[in-house]
Design a protein around this ligand. Sequence first.
Ligand code: 5GP
Length: 198
Amino acid sequence: MKELEDRIRRDGRVLAGGILKVDDFLNVRIDPVLMDHIGKEFARLFEKDKVTMVLTIEASGIAPAYSTALALDVPLVFAKKARSANLGQGDVYSARVRSFTYGRDYDILVPSRFITSADRVLIIDDFLANGFAARGLNEIIHEAGAETAGVGVCIAKCFQPGMKLLEEECLHVEALAAIEAMDENGIVFREMKSGEEK
Ligand code: 5GP
């Protein structure tokens, strides 16, 4: 998605450790017009996947997941982060996730009444790095007996292993901006195939 790539080039900041800061427009200060376009683009990319709900993790996944759910006209559910899964068993689904940015493990929790075995769930997140967040959500979807319709991420860092791991699980993965390499001198985006609108 050219609009997102241009914005990353203009306002993104590359930090040490393979971290890209996009606080100016994507996950602290949020540009609602860009977010609206992101939601519409995910809705276009997953329009054939019979999505019945969107699932993300608080907090930075919520904005793109909301605009996508709105564009697809389906509900949005977000997993809560907790230090440990000590809530009543049976009424929540949970998975253990390693945080990319904080380097510690945490549990993600979704009340079980919000996902049914009839659901086809679209996972949306702001970033894909090692794939732990998306794989944790995928685990919860399987625990619920539902199906994963796909994974949509605003930014995939292709030099980290998440993209490959999710594709190996035969998931339909879409990234609106796919970064091949980045350092203090700049960011190299993966070329989109001709005809792709992304
Ligand atoms: P993963 O679970 O794929 O390793 O990492 C994805 C999660 O870590 C995302 O939910 C995102 O919040 C965070 N994350 C990963 N890489 C970055 C990054 O470069 N910048 C920011 N701001 N967050 C990131």
